[in-house]
Design a protein around this ligand. Structure first.
Ligand SMILES: [Ca+2]
Ligand SMILES: [Ca+2]
Length: 508
């Protein structure tokens, strides 16, 4: 018993370990890379520099964002990481705003992952042409006049191609999607993932501030980018000008589960720097707090801006909130509509299957118990003509029954007659003579009986009165003679009639 329990424990453990290892194998390890990231607050330091990043051209960094290109004519700017990456696979979340007063804007913003840093005043959205690696372009302006901008598009270059501005890069694009990213209530966000040579770009159009919500822009396989490179963002304006602000860039390195141990040693040093960075942030907070304490008069107006909002701001916020709710309701409706369409398609396919089955002479299967059979052409229901046929056959049966009834009445009458006749002739022999003759003979017999009875009464009366009365009595002899004459006449008539009938039959 003890042995069996031990065995089951071992067995369960083996299963558990294998399940864990399978889950483990499917997970991607992710590590936040602070050296390739920036985010507010305190994005830029007091001297205007952004830790671990370099910017140039017309770019300006503030504590809340980096304005890569301001809304002035012909501006160019860029921001690049100081060091190249030391990881192969990565995912970058970039939040940005492209805002302008015009119905259309220019030129656009680009996210880069290139072997070398680009220029700060280049020809391709503010950066260098003939790059080696990936350029992901948020192209606001419609150069080729195909009415397909703003457009998001990836172009992979090996350093030999010049960007095709005339056609908005459509001749060189790896993949793309048509999305509007200008003038949105919340920052628009793109999530660029490069893992196992698969490049995926997800997008949030800035209509809500849900950080987990993205929609697919594109997914491209067999993409080969430099193993190590620099991340960068650049932007440019032209005759038309938008503000191009980057709110944050959050980079994570991605590892296969086996890789993480090797990366551990490298990670230890990074953890140390990370702790130092956090200490620095804490100290900065402390310094700010101290400054506010020492200079309460200076701190007040700065803070009071944050405490109060104008009527316009409040109204806008309310409008945004209302729009977010509408957006969510519409999304929910769309999801339900998809469900309904799916169900309808399933039902249609079932009906088609049944119809085709009937067409091939197959009997449809009976519906499962507790389920109403489906209508339609293939359903097993009674038809009008079948009901009519049933009524007709019922009427016919009723008529037949009536006929049978009449027939049985007649039969009964006949039987009664036969029974009466048999009662009159108990021998039940079939009479050879005709019916009339037989009745005549019966009448004769009755009359004779009457006569007999009469004679006997007369005899009795004679015996009682001692001799004949004074009136003339009819003698026995005369009575007998009268009877004999009567009989002879009747018999003679009968014989005459029979001979007449036989004579008349001969003519037929
Ligand atoms: Ca363009
Ligand atoms: Ca275009």
């Amino acid at each position: 018993m003890q042995r069996g329990t031990n065995f089951s424990y071992v067995f369960l453990s083996v299963i558990l370990i294998s399940v864990i290892s399978i889950i483990h194998a499917n997970l991607v390890h992710r590590r936040f890379e602070y050296k390739y990231s920036f985010k507010p607050p305190y994005l830029a330091q007091k001297d205007g520099s952004v830790p671990f990043w370099e910017y140039g051209g017309n770019a300006i960094a503030s504590s809340d964002n980096v304005r890569i290109a301001p809304s002035l004519k012909s501006q160019k700017g860029a921001i690049w990481t100081k060091t190249p990456t030391n990881f192969e696979w990565w995912d970058v979340d970039i939040a940005f705003r492209v805002t302008g007063r015009g119905r259309i804007g220019a030129d656009g913003l680009a996210f880069w992952f290139t072997q070398n840093k680009g220029a700060y005043d280049g020809d391709v959205f503010g950066s260098s042409d003939r790059w080696v690696g990936l350029g992901l372009f948020f192209d606001s302006f419609d150069n080729d006049n195909k009415h397909n901008n703003p457009y998001i598009m990836a172009v992979v270059n090996d350093g030999t191609k010049n960007f095709d501005h005339q056609n908005d890069g459509t001749t060189q694009a790896l993949a793309g999607c048509l999305r509007d990213f200008r003038n949105k209530p919340f920052p628009t966000r793109a999530r660029v993932e490069y893992y196992q040579n698969i490049l995926t770009v997800l997008f949030n159009n800035g209509m809500n501030n849900n950080e987990q919500e993205y929609e697919m822009c594109f997914r491209a396989e067999n993409v080969f980018l430099p193993k190590n490179g620099y991340f960068g963002v650049s932007a440019a304006t032209g005759g038309l000008a938008d503000d191009h602000d980057v709110v944050h860039i959050l980079t994570s390195s991605l590892y296969q589960p086996g890789q993480i141990q090797q990366a551990q040693q490298i990670g230890e040093e990074q953890d140390k720097i990370n702790r130092e960075y956090q200490d620095y942030q804490r100290k900065l907070e402390q310094q700010k707090a101290d400054y506010r304490k020492e200079h309460p008069d200076k701190a007040k107006p700065e803070d009071s801006d944050d405490w109060f909002e104008t009527d316009d701001q409040r109204e806008l916020k309310q409008i945004f909130q209302g729009q977010i709710q509408i957006h969510q309701v519409v999304k929910e409706l769309s999801r339900k509509l998809d469900e309904i369409v799916g169900r309808q398609e399933r039902t249609m396919s079932l009906i088609t299957q049944q119809a085709s089955g009937l067409a091939h002479g197959q009997v449809p299967p009976p519906p499962p118990p507790g389920q109403v059979p489906q209508g339609g052409y293939g359903a097993d229901t009674i038809r009008r003509h079948e009901v009519d046929a049933m009524f007709n056959s019922q009427n016919q049966i009723a008529g037949l029954l009536n006929e049978l009834k009449q027939f049985s009445h007649e039969l009964k009458g006949k039987c009664d007659t036969i029974l009466m006749n048999q009662a009159k002739a108990p021998t039940a022999q079939v009479q050879s003579v005709g019916y009339d003759t037989q009745s005549l003979i019966s009448e004769l017999r009755d009359s004779l009986n009457h006569v007999k009875v009469g004679v006997q009464q007369v005899h009795q009366r004679i015996g009682n009165e001692d001799g004949c009365p004074k009136v003339n009595c009819v003698t026995m002899t005369s009575v007998l003679v009268v009877v004999a004459i009567q009989l002879a006449i009747i018999l003679g008539y009968n014989i005459y009639r029979d001979s007449k009938e036989s004579q008349s039959k001969k003519f037929y």
